[in-house]
Write a new protein. Structure first.
Length: 374
């Protein structure tokens, strides 16, 4: 959600060689590879995504409540029994004493599946699991979470965008990246940190806004945190995906040559929004949201890397596009999170919005799940 607002204001084996070409034409690719109908692709993993029955699986609530405004920024994890848990960003709407309506949040909600076979997700508890912080706290507001198993293996770690107030030129006052812990296996009780793990200098390439962190551990034992950002960077506007690294998940260091991936002028991914990264089959995989410019179609692309620093875009980008006209996600899809399932397939959560909802300013989005198989 944060990246969209900010934009408005301002492979295994030979898959890499067969699928990726950094100089390929995006317009030619779109003509050759229709959405969700790419049977000719020899290595479809991570590229062909099929929606699960029942999408969208998490939506805003009807009436006035803590999640009336929709459900965005999903992050997913499997529990020990194989069932799925999701955390997401949402906002509420309330009616003031004078009859006017006001927005509450953003805050973090949670949904869980009642079995491992079909991910029928139920929002529980029916209240935020990460509510508003104290007035004046650096992370009073929390958005764009990513959750992974914590260091103990018996709880969770959440990385997120935190900020002090919904104000300023971008709507995010003093944005920074945070890391909070939950020793509660349900992921419903979280311990906020006293300080962020990363806040860029105001004049840095990422000094305007940092958002959408995604985290993995590479085969070298180094933790890598990828995030999207906006800034000036030497009087030249910059926007792209940056990298922080850590040996212990405590001290995080910016990669000195950030950003590691930037948009292409005039391309479908001229702006790069919230990413999702995994290390799988000897490669680093990075899915990211992209858009030509504000109020254009939000889509999801894929890049791959041998070292987590130098990336090649997939020749079949974008790999996930908006749904057909009249569907819940025909306006755009964005903010992916991806996990590897036991059978070797990939599961993606992302949120989308419909043209109708956008036109009527009715909902910020709903969350769906997609599957990609070898």
């Amino acid at each position: 959600m944060a990246a969209v607002i900010a934009a408005a204001v301002l492979v295994a084996g030979g898959i890499a060689a067969r699928c990726f070409n950094a100089n390929s034409s995006s317009s030619k690719i779109e003509a050759e590879v229709p959405n969700r109908n790419r049977a000719h692709i020899k290595n479809p993993l991570g590229i062909i995504w099929e929606p699960l029955a029942g999408d969208p699986l998490v939506t805003g609530s009807s009436g006035l409540s803590w999640r009336t405004a929709g459900a965005t920024d999903p992050t997913i994890q499997r529990r020990a029994d194989g069932s799925l848990t999701m955390w997401f960003t949402t906002m509420g709407i309330r009616k003031r004493a004078n009859g006017a309506f006001a927005a509450d949040g953003p805050w973090t909600g949670r949904a869980a599946a009642n079995n491992a076979v079909f991910p029928h997700l139920i929002v529980e508890p029916e209240k935020p699991v990460v509510p508003l912080g104290d007035v004046g706290a650096w992370d009073r507001y929390v958005e764009t979470p990513t959750v992974r198993v914590n260091a103990s293996g018996h709880g969770w770690t959440m990385w997120y965008l935190g900020y002090t107030e919904r104000s300023g030129p971008t709507g995010f006052l003093r944005p920074a990246l945070g890391q909070m812990e939950s020793e509660n296996i349900e992921g419903t009780i979280w311990r906020r940190p006293s300080a962020p793990i990363y806040r860029p200098e105001a004049k840095a390439w990422d000094g305007t806004l940092v958002s959408g962190p995604t985290v993995l551990r590479g085969p070298d034992g180094i933790w890598r945190l990828y995030y999207c950002a906006w800034g000036i960077g030497g009087a030249v506007p910059r926007q792209g995906i940056g990298l922080l690294t850590s040996k212990d998940r405590v001290k995080w260091t910016p990669y000195p040559h950030n950003p590691i991936l930037e948009g292409k002028a005039g391309a479908w991914d001229e702006e790069l929004l919230e990413p999702a990264a995994i290390y799988y089959k000897g490669k680093y995989w990075l899915w990211y949201s992209g858009t030509p410019h504000i109020n254009k179609r939000l889509q999801i692309g894929l890049a791959m890397s041998d070292d987590g620093i130098h990336w090649s875009r997939c020749a079949h980008n974008p790999v996930l596009r908006p749904g057909p006209p009249g569907t819940w996600d025909d306006h755009g899809v964005l903010a992916p999170d991806v996990i590897v399932d036991k059978d070797g397939s990939l599961l993606m959560a992302a949120y989308g919005s419909s043209n109708e909802d956008v036109a009527k300013n009715r909902s910020s989005g709903s969350i769906g799940l997609w599957k990609s198989r070898p």
